[in-house]
Write a protein that binds this ligand. Structure first.
Ligand code: ACO
Length: 400
């Protein structure tokens, strides 16, 4: 029997909002998002302007420290990151223990968690928070490239500190000891845009996870590792891998877009969702998707890549935008819909897509963790509405 007293405890009544669809968990001065108007701003600067004018590390600084860096501040921040790109050789032993087939997101979350063991000051309370921030931003790309290199059977590349952040990542990914490798500026520019577009998105699932874990005063590495795990899910960052796999499947099946639209319309019975469509907050368009769609067109034409999957994506988008099911539910392409097409054109394999998202989102997670600490937020501890049994008498095992 439903007992009304379950709704109440000594502190009063509990609000039930499954999935936090309408619950503000915090106040934040980092990212402004208007889902109706399709507006996204970091610290007041429009995402369109940042994506076209700034570098990823400049945006990282802006998110974390609240202002665009001066020349000197940028030189110091960027220099510190260059200085810390090398990963402790003992981390390699942990990495070597993973099976080759381990998903790169599992490896990334584990190694970032392991970092607190290498920097115990982070939880002993005598550390330097700015150094932890620099270490994470510097080392994440290095760790990320290990999984790819090993999956290819290639030797791992050490970072080269004469290279900039994005060039360094691309060099560790694609350089081979047997031939020269130079970073294509078109590729570096495209990656810069993608990372900026992913850099923060207020209280999404992974960011809320970082804040919740951090609210117990867990250290930065532990909190970020939890965020990486949350990002991996196919309804969140993992959607970018799902999108490209879905588009490839459509292509392999002869390009029958209508069949997939129908399946998605019956999501309740088929359990199939059109990956890369829909967003909890954007109900008109995702401004990041607009920028990415244009960037995909630009990059593919500049690189001379003719990817039939891009045409399928455009066909799917058009069919969905003209379908009552998608229109009435305000389901539009999200940031992940076109990003995979660019990653593919840059030579990044599918199982690394969500890792790319994590590299991009890292400054946002850090900024939110830092803000939470500075505003002295209390530990996060949601309530529930109990739906189990009322008081029962214990039955000894022999009588059950
Ligand atoms: N395909 C088909 N139907 C969908 C889709 C989709 N991609 N997304 C939502 N719907 C339908 C639901 O079935 C539901 O239908 P109903 O009104 O008949 O019950 C309605 O639209 C509302 O969906 P909810 O799941 O309630 O919306 P919610 O805000 O909880 O979910 C989410 C948002 C998770 C993004 C969802 O749209 C989805 O699963 N999309 C596909 C996965 C994806 O692309 N995720 C990436 C999100 S962006 C990011 O994380 C960076």
């Amino acid at each position: 029997a439903f007992d009304i007293s379950n709704l109440r405890d000594q502190t009063g009544y509990v609000t039930l909002d499954r999935g936090y669809k309408n619950t503000g968990a915090t106040k934040s001065a980092i990212t402004f998002l208007d889902g109706e108007e399709g507006i996204l701003r970091y610290r007041g600067y429009s995402i369109e302007e940042l994506a076209s004018k700034a570098s990823f590390l400049e945006v990282a600084y802006l998110l974390i420290y609240g202002e665009l860096p001066t020349k000197e501040q940028y030189a110091q921040f960027e220099g510190a990151i260059r200085h810390h790109t090398l990963v402790n050789e003992d981390m390699r032993k942990i990495f070597d223990g993973f099976p080759v087939k381990a998903h790169p997101m599992c490896v990334l979350a584990s190694l970032v968690s392991a970092m607190s063991g290498f920097y115990p000051e982070s939880y002993e309370g005598n550390g330097d928070e700015n150094l932890d921030i620099v270490r994470l931003i510097a080392k994440l790309p290095t760790i990320a490239t290990w999984s790819y290199k090993r999956s290819m059977g290639h030797p791992l590349n050490y970072p080269k500190n004469k290279l900039g952040y994005i060039e360094n990542f691309l060099n560790m990914m694609f350089a081979l000891p047997v031939e020269d490798y130079t970073v294509d500026p078109v590729v570096a520019e495209a990656l810069n845009i993608l990372l900026i577009l992913h850099a923060d998105h207020e209280q999404n699932c992974s960011t809320s996870t970082v804040r919740l874990v951090g609210s117990s005063q867990a250290n930065l590495y532990a909190s970020i590792s939890a965020g990486i795990s949350a990002l991996w899910g196919p309804l969140h960052g993992g959607a970018n891998q799902e999108v490209i796999e879905m588009l490839e499947e459509i292509k392999a099946g002869g390009g029958d877009v209508a069949k997939y639209i129908d399946m998605a319309k019956n999501a309740k019975t088929t359990g199939f969702r059109l990956f890369g469509f829909g967003h909890r907050v954007y109900k008109n368009f995702d401004p990041r998707a607009k920028i990415i769609k244009k960037a995909a067109d630009d990059v593919l034409s500049k690189l001379g890549v003719n990817d039939p999957v891009l045409e399928i994506a455009k066909g799917l988008e058009e069919a969905a935008l003209n379908d009552e099911y998608f229109v009435s539910r305000k389901l539009y392409p999200n940031v992940d819909f076109y990003s995979g097409i660019i990653y593919r054109a840059l030579g990044i394999p599918t199982n690394m897509f969500t890792v790319m998202f994590a590299i991009g989102r890292l400054p946002g997670w850090i900024a939110q963790w830092k803000e939470m600490r500075e505003t002295k937020e209390p530990i996060g501890r949601p309530r529930q509405i109990y739906t189990g049994s009322t008081l029962r008498e214990f039955v000894p095992m022999e009588n059950r």
